[in-house]
Design a binder for this molecule. Sequence first.
Ligand SMILES: NC(=O)c1ccc[n+]([C@@H]2O[C@H](COP(=O)([O-])OP(=O)(O)OC[C@H]3O[C@@H](n4cnc5c(N)ncnc54)[C@H](OP(=O)(O)O)[C@@H]3O)[C@@H](O)[C@H]2O)c1
Length: 246
Amino acid sequence: MKIAILGYGKMGKTIERLAIQKGHEVVLKISNSNQHELTKENLIKADVAIEFSRPETAFHNIAFTLKSGVPIVSGTTAWLEKLDEAKSICKAENGTFFYSSNFSVGVNIFFAMNRHLSSMMATHLQYEVSIEETHHTQKLDYPSGTAITLAEGILENLDRKSRWSGVLKKEGVGTESFPKEAIGIVSNRIDPVPGSHSVKWESEIDAIEISHVAYSREGFAAGALTAAMWIIDKEGVFEMKDMLGF
Ligand SMILES: NC(=O)c1ccc[n+]([C@@H]2O[C@H](COP(=O)([O-])OP(=O)(O)OC[C@H]3O[C@@H](n4cnc5c(N)ncnc54)[C@H](OP(=O)(O)O)[C@@H]3O)[C@@H](O)[C@H]2O)c1
């Protein structure tokens, strides 16, 4: 498989290393310094593009790649106000677009557990739910895209919450300060944590906590590469549950 890597940072470099190990070829690498090389002529040399860049550049990269007729997998977070527009461009172009806020298979199993636990908790009003996430200090956005997906999974299943509310721990605010109708998300930024998430359900007499801890970026990179191979002969908009079946 010939791959264009859009965003040659920590994730882009991990994807390149794994891709070469698996016998794929990287034919284009785009970062901030060589954005001008993101042309249709260069893109069409690739069978698929994998995009892990920055919130302010993701939409342009995705739209341009779709308009160039090249399938694209993206994992960039914190640009999702334009996700529906990107999906519309994909449909209009009869293109292929796979987005996930988290490409780790383990995290997607965790998402399914979270939805199931939330539906069980719907009738157990004594439990208060909260989310905590920790990432390295270079992560620009908070809460993480993964924490937001966890919150959305809870909101789908729990009538007593209507929104989520996030805070950075260093601001010195605790979960107790979140409004009653909101799922509190506390974000920590500690080096060199690749990504840890937990969901806690607490009553006055006990607590149930589920968590996922990534040991490295490999799981995200491997998932993105698997998604890239999976979409190559498909058309449409896809997410992890289409590929994994849950
Ligand atoms: N979905 C998932 O599973 C998952 C997992 C991990 C991370 N992420 C997300 O993926 C994104 C990237 O993470 P990272 O850790 O790799 O960040 P990073 O190390 O900061 O890399 C971002 C890269 O994007 C490049 N860039 C800047 N402008 C660009 C443009 N116009 N076109 C293409 N590339 C451009 C930067 O180039 P310069 O170095 O030249 O500035 C940098 O190399 C973040 O949004 C992060 O939250 C998602």
